[in-house]
Design a protein. Structure first.
Lengths: 447, 540
């Protein structure tokens, strides 16, 4: 009897073990077969060193413990609970925490319902892949600038050999810490098709889509002002300064993400890439703000004039990346079908990797003038005193990044990584910053 | 295990060697270094030629004087002229009848008694004023209604110039500057409307730009026996025989810039001045600031162009040719191509001035910063931001940058730190910081505190100033100089500093804009009259 109970238990565990931010099995396991409970404990540490060379604005070279985590899980029958907590940077942070119910149907297809705080399915393939399993020291910049991270919500995932459909409903702030408004709502889904899948190679293509209605913001002149921040570092965790590629979008209302992805691997080679598109709509209570501006003799005339001086424009941003790796020695690349993701290095191995990334946060309006001393665009092609600029351009920065890397895993626990990245930046606010060179090294320990 | 340890050790050594072998570079944002490496647009030859119309180390009497006399009045500008300032500075705005006049603030409350003379309504005497010009009561009352619709209390654009001559522009100074107060600064009679005409006050007046030019030319106002200025006015010939309504419609038809203005009155400035008996021969230039663009008509710059041309002071229409800045110990700037310098903080005014003057008259672009940044402020006072503003200024016909300086009593933000002065010099532009009130500020920005010490900016800013007989030291003065001229509220103090430190009255000053060339201002005035005695000599 115990045998019949234990088999589905192990099958479910196999499904759930990867549904977390680590994709390696924890080393410490406590199992009580009688109560059908399994408890695991694991940890991870990443120490990075980075040297930066820039044309103009300096970054802070040095070393840092970029990640330190403790993870725990408990499995009971079809139920799986997982939580991990970060201590990187000397600060406690909530990482994943969720409960998942999984069911294996008669056709060996899985159905899983997950509730808690975890990665948005449409947040990008890169963001859904554990950093500990990534083949570069940082994920591609576009996945940070245009992708999404963890959210609080509930999702349903269907997985077969050929298909994966993963969708859910989420909210934007897992602690509901917002100054005003409500917590927002998001629906998101990721859908994969695998035309080629066997023990040695996989090809998947997929699309993702996400719609978010922002709910939270701040009270500005008695009006709810919602904003959206987009940004990325220079694909490094030692200095995570986002000033080079970032945009703050005031009066953001709805956000639509659309993504397309492809991944192929065999034993010796992998290639994967994503295209990311983000559309942001704006909304504002112009009338209340206009009335509030009527506070002196140099007022705004009529509301039409005011709105013309304070135009709103919806924004569109695109980005994407391609990555490839060649394993010189090791056990071959492996694919996690339950997650639709490439696994990390498994045991002693050596690989060469390369990546190209593009992030476009410049959403410019033709004919507008920018002055770096003002930090403003001007609609009519020159600076004007008053009233307002009427400009709608967003100059968050366009960046092209090329990375080459060498990774060596001593065993399944210890990994060393070396990356060199060249960034080419075009950001109007930082006209003297064109080229960045980033050399990084990492030592990673996981159990 | 041992092999692994060796591998880790080797890898670590390679990484360490890579990082530690890197050159020792700037690890933080350093304005001093960035000021040298950021790209700065250099003044083109055409603008550089106009730049050289301006005398080096010019002493610019800020509003005439804010310390000794009521600003921007006959008293302050006559005093500045007699003290030997190179320029009489002013801020220009526009009256309802299109007169370009000098007023610093956006309204007239601080520097006149307008709140006592007029209420917050259109002047009650306005209908009578119209009727005094020959219009019917019905016509005048109808125009009064239109005036009310466009009225902004205490703003220059709401009043006819003749009405503003009813105000006393001096008494406020006596109330706010008790130690410099003088009975003669206060009118003994306020203006009024009496016997069918405007009766001016008999003290100091809000000045028209024509007044300012007249003072620079060694003149003063013609006054009657009661001390009231004599300035007659009439309806312009082109509007003779028309009703006010017809005039209003005709002006409105000229375009949007004229719609709010009733520019139909002509003042007889030609007979408003007389030779000043106390004139000792100095002929300063004028330094005119366009104020907030939204306070004035959109063709304000054209109006100034025209006013200068009417006075013969527009060098585009009346080129005085090559003339020396100083002659026989007297200021002669007012007779040179540098006689007028324009200035503004306003983006709009700078751009429109370039449309009108096309960079052919020296133009100063003024800098200010505040938090949060006001509409015309520089918001990012970094080398990159500074360079962007320098480029903007040059692209819009400016030759001079005017940064704020720190220090009591104004305690303005510092915008002329050495790195900023260095960037202005790199751009080939003149640096005219504002505004000086103390000897300490003079020392600071003329490099006295860096005397003998090397600085990061010596390659462009350090000058070797030969000693003159008027210097307090007989040794050459080796200093990094952080300005090329300046706005001062204390002309007497500033002139003395320049003379005693070899910057004035020197035949062999180095010319920072033309390496190897000398700049000769040996003919400049090298004695500074006593400030109080000068006021008394002028009758105040």
């Amino acid at each position: 009897m115990k045998k019949y109970i234990l088999m589905p238990f192990l099958a479910v565990f196999a499904l759930t073990a990867a549904a977390q931010d680590f994709d390696t099995d924890p080393t410490l396991e406590l199992e009580n077969a009688e109560k059908e409970v399994k408890f695991t404990v694991g940890a991870r540490m990443m120490a990075d060193a980075a040297y930066y060379h820039s044309d103009f604005t300096p970054l802070q070279s040095g070393a840092s413990i970029t990640d330190a985590r403790i993870r725990t899980s408990m499995t009971y029958k079809d139920w799986y609970f997982y939580a991990d907590f970060g201590f990187g940077g000397g600060k406690f942070s909530q990482k994943n925490i969720f409960l998942q119910y999984s069911h294996l149907d008669n056709n060996d297809n899985t159905h899983a319902v997950k509730v808690g705080y975890y990665n948005d399915p449409a947040g990008s393939m890169a963001r859904n892949t554990s950093l500990g399993s990534y083949h570069f020291i940082s994920r591609p910049g576009s996945s940070y600038a245009l992708g999404e991270g963890r959210e609080l919500g509930i999702s349903y995932k269907y997985n077969s050999d050929r298909f994966m459909a993963y969708q859910g409903v989420f909210t934007e702030n897992h602690y509901n810490k917002i100054d005003a408004g409500f917590n927002g709502i998001t629906v998101a889904g990721r859908y994969l098709f695998r035309p080629l899948v066997d023990d040695y190679q996989t090809l998947h293509v997929g699309v993702s889509a996400r719609f978010a209605h922002l709910g939270g913001g701040e009270v500005y002149n008695n009006v709810l002002k919602k904003s959206l921040h987009l940004g990325q570092s220079l694909e490094t965790l030692v200095d995570e300064d986002e000033q080079f590629v970032s945009a703050d979008l005031d009066w953001a209302n709805n956000v639509v993400n659309v993504g397309a992805e492809a991944l192929y691997h065999n034993n010796k080679f992998f290639a994967r890439g994503e295209f990311l598109y983000k559309h942001v709509t704006k909304k504002r209570d112009s009338y209340s703000l206009y009335i509030d501006a009527q506070n002196n003799i140099d007022g705004w005339g009529d509301i039409e004039w005011w709105e013309n001086a304070n135009k709103l424009k919806n924004n569109n941003f695109i980005g994407g990346y391609v990555e490839a790796g060649f394993q010189i020695l090791g056990n071959g690349y492996r694919y996690n079908k339950q997650e639709g993701l490439l696994g990390g290095m498994d045991g002693k191995s050596l690989e060469l990797v390369a990546r190209y990334n593009y992030t476009g946060l410049n959403n410019l309006t033709d004919g507008e003038y920018y002055n770096a001393g003002r930090g403003h665009y001007y609609a009519n092609g020159y600076m004007e005193d008053w009233p307002g600029t009427g400009a709608t351009s967003v100059g968050g920065g366009d960046i092209h990044s090329v990375t080459v890397g060498l990774n060596y895993a001593f065993n399944r626990y210890v990994l060393c990584m070396l990356d060199y990245t060249w960034h080419k930046l075009d950001k109007p606010f930082l006209p003297n910053d064109k080229n960045f060179h980033v050399a990084q090294a990492r030592v990673q320990f996981t159990f | 295990m041992f092999k692994n340890l060796v591998r880790v050790g080797l890898l670590s050594a390679v990484v360490l060697a890579t990082f530690t072998s890197c050159e020792d570079e700037q690890q933080f944002t350093n304005e001093k270094l960035d000021a040298k490496r950021v790209e700065v647009q250099v003044l083109n030859d055409e603008l550089a030629k106009v730049r050289d119309y301006v005398p080096l180390y010019a002493v610019i009497a800020h509003r005439g004087s804010t310390f000794w006399a009521p600003e921007e009045t006959e008293a302050s500008w006559r005093w500045a002229r007699e003290m030997g300032a190179d320029y009489l500075e002013s801020d220009v705005q526009c009256t309802k009848d299109g007169i370009v006049l000098a007023n610093h603030d956006e309204n007239l409350k601080r520097t006149t008694n307008i709140e006592n003379v007029f209420s917050e309504n259109v002047p009650a005497s306005r209908v009578d004023f119209y009727m005094s010009l020959g219009f019917s009561r019905a016509d005048a009352e109808a125009q009064y209604g239109r005036d009310m619709a466009a009225f902004r209390p205490f703003y220059t654009l709401s009043y006819y110039y003749a009405e503003l001559l009813m105000l006393d522009a001096g008494s406020w100074f006596n109330e706010s500057s008790l130690e410099q107060a003088r009975p003669t600064f206060k009118a003994t009679e306020n203006g009024r409307f009496e016997d069918g005409k405007i009766v001016y006050s008999n003290g100091l007046y809000i000045s028209a730009i024509q007044d300012q030019i007249a003072y620079a030319q060694g003149k003063r106002l013609v006054r009657d026996a009661n001390g009231r200025r004599i300035l007659t006015y009439k309806v312009k010939d082109e509007y003779q025989g028309m009703t006010l309504e017809q005039i209003y419609n005709a002006i409105k038809a000229k375009g949007e810039y004229n719609a709010k203005y009733m520019d139909f009155i002509e003042y007889d400035f030609a007979n408003a001045y007389e030779a000043d008996p106390e004139d000792t021969g100095n002929r300063p230039g004028i330094y005119v600031e366009f104020k907030e663009s939204w306070l004035n008509p959109g063709n304000m710059e054209q109006r100034v162009y025209d006013a200068l041309a009417e006075c013969g002071w527009n060098i585009i229409t009346n080129d005085p040719g090559d003339q020396p800045f100083y002659k026989n110990g007297k200021v002669n700037v007012g007779n040179t191509r540098g006689r007028v310098i324009l200035q503004t903080f306003s983006f709009d005014a700078l751009r429109r001035a370039n449309d009108v003057f096309k960079g052919r008259i020296p133009m100063c672009y003024l800098l200010w910063i505040s938090e949060p940044a006001y509409a015309t402020d520089i918001a990012y006072d970094t080398p990159t931001g500074y360079a962007a503003f320098i480029k903007w200024a040059q692209d819009n016909g400016a030759h001079i940058i005017g940064p704020a300086i720190s220090g009591a009593p104004n305690n303005y933000p510092e915008m002329n730190a050495p790195w900023q002065a260095y960037m202005i010099r790199r751009a080939g532009m003149i640096n005219h910081p504002y505004s000086f009130d103390s000897w300490a500020q003079m020392c600071k920005y003329m490099g006295y505190y860096n005397y003998g010490w090397e600085t990061e900016f010596d390659d462009l800013l350090r000058l070797e100033i030969p000693a003159t007989p008027y210097c307090t030291s007989s040794y050459p003065n080796s200093v990094p100089v952080y300005m090329d001229g300046f706005f001062t509220n204390r002309t007497e103090m500033s002139l003395r500093y320049m003379i005693e430190n070899g910057f004035r009255g020197n035949p062999a000053l180095p010319n920072p804009f033309h390496a190897g060339q000398k700049y000769d201002n040996s003919q400049a005035n090298v004695t500074v009259p006593d400030a109080v005695a000068t006021l008394e000599r002028l009758g105040y």
